[in-house]
Design a protein around this ligand. Structure first.
Ligand code: AMX
Length: 433
């Protein structure tokens, strides 16, 4: 497998780099922790390492050093399309460099060869109660495939530690290959009376998802690939990435770990925000029977805040400017359907809400994050069932978190075990300070 060869070739150098850093500079301090951070969700505590992506508070995400506009320009694309192959993105996340078209297609081919979803996965999803949230279905589907884990079986056969990354890659490739069909299955089962659309082996991974969803407009294929690129990774401290990393650190395989990550993504302050965000936009639209005036929107935003709720899609734990993932989606909408009502409304919210949040003065960032607009784009193409959106986020996020845990294994990261203190101990430390 191409990815395996490419990673293997880099391993000696990477292992030596990390070994040397730890051996020669292991005592050097990179940060401190104060009491507010311990009680404040470990914000800004430097305790993780990843080379796959980095979020600068003002600039936003870079994947392997590349900004989103750079990636949209440089990654290979299907002919006549504007969004890159997801296979090429995965190559970049794992290998660290922009692939050629052939290399991106090699990943796509590898996924095609592994894409058949075993019947038991569909049976398990069908056996769940009808009112189960689609993310629960998705996470369950990921988890149940654990029985096929190559990592788990090789571990029990006594594999050597420096080989751990290899079956982790194997499992990740199989898992990812199956995700588009599993996600589309959940969508069609839950919202389209179970009328399924067979996979089209001619299509790339991202387009095939769009096809199996049953969205007739072919631009939805570009949007799907864009969506999968944008949501894939956001360094290591966010809930889905950290949950996956933490679970994987106990040498659980990717099925256990990614399913845990999906359960974290399901929270309303994380991935579920995109569902809540569209719900909020539609609430505005309903209340004013269409796109409201700016003043009406402002008063709706204040009502939300006064009732003690957050305005979904705005604010971020790290970012302090408009999220470039928001901008990329905003530009897509502006190019393809500027007159769409919900898109216009989302644009107006972008105009109004940062001012409202600034006036309220609580949120450290009043700017939109990735979720503020993604639902409006889905809605335009007829994917209006917004409790499904976090599943799409999950399909994408598994790309990033799996790339991270493959490298965790490759570099021999140990089981994670942070230290906790009691409140009395902290009081004592404070009293002595
Ligand atoms: N609307 C109203 N209040 C907000 C707010 C928003 N959009 N964003 C932050 N605040 C409030 C917080 O609730 C907090 O209030 P508190 O002191 O009463 O608890 C205060 O501002 C300070 O919060 P912060 O330090 O700026 O943010 P944080 O790091 O604690 O949380 C986040 C970050 C994203 C959870 C928060 O901004 C939020 O709840 N936003 C809305 C939900 C959302 O969009 N989530 C998606 C995040 C991206 C993703 O993972 N998909």
């Amino acid at each position: 497998m191409l990815l395996k060869e490419k990673i293997q070739a880099q391993l000696p150098e990477w292992r030596e780099r990390v070994r040397k850093l730890v051996k020669e500079h292991g005592d050097i301090k990179v940060g401190e922790v104060n009491i507010s951070q311990i009680y404040g969700g470990m914000r800004d505590v430097r305790g993780l390492v990843t080379d796959i992506s980095y979020v600068d508070p003002n600039e936003g995400i870079r994947f392997r050093g590349y900004t989103i506009p750079e990636l949209l320009e440089k990654l290979p694309k299907p002919e006549g399309s504007e969004s890159p192959y997801v296979g090429g993105l995965y190559y970049l996340l794992l290998v660290g460099s922009i692939p050629t078209l052939e290399e991106a297609l090699a990943v796509e081919e590898e996924w095609k060869a592994r894409s058949e979803v075993p019947q038991y996965v569909f049976d398990v999803i069908r056996a769940l109660p009808e009112d189960v949230h689609p993310v629960t279905m998705f996470s369950t589907a990921v988890l149940v495939m654990q029985r096929e884990s190559v990592f788990a079986s090789r571990y029990h056969e006594g594999m050597k530690k420096d080989e751990y990354w290899d079956p982790m890659l194997e499992d990740s490739m199989t898992l990812i290959a199956r995700l588009p069909e599993i996600a589309a299955f959940i969508y069609r089962l839950k919202y389209k009376g179970g009328e399924l659309i067979p996979s089209n082996p001619e299509l790339d991974w991202g387009s095939n998802f769009a096809h199996m969803m049953g969205v007739p407009d072919l631009m939805y294929r570009d949007l799907s690939r864009l969506y999968f690129l944008l949501h894939s990774d956001h360094e290591s401290g966010n809930v889905s990435a950290h949950a996956t990393h933490l679970v994987a650190s106990s040498l659980s395989d990717i099925y256990y770990s990614a399913s845990a990550g999906m359960n974290g993504l399901a929270g309303p302050l994380h991935g579920l925000a995109n569902q809540e965000c569209l719900g909020w936009l539609l609430g505005v639209y309903d209340q004013y029977h269409g796109v409201p005036s700016k003043d009406e929107l402002k008063s709706y935003a204040w009502d939300t805040l006064k009732s003690g709720q957050v305005i979904p899609g705005y604010g971020h734990a790290v970012l302090r400017k408009t999220d470039p993932r928001f901008t990329a989606q905003y530009e897509f909408g502006l190019k393809h359907f500027p007159e769409d009502d919900i898109f216009k409304l989302a644009t107006m919210v972008y105009d109004v809400v940062p001012g409202v949040l600034t006036e309220q003065g609580k949120a450290k960032s009043p700017w939109p994050n990735v979720d503020a607009i993604s639902g409006a784009l889905q809605y335009h193409y007829g994917v209006t069932e917004f409790d499904f959106y976090t599943v799409m986020f999950g399909v994408s996020r598994i790309l990033g978190v799996s790339a991270n845990v493959i490298w965790d294994r490759a570099l021999g990261q140990p089981i994670e075990r942070a230290k906790s203190l009691t409140t009395a101990m902290l009081e004592e430390i404070a009293a002595k300070a």
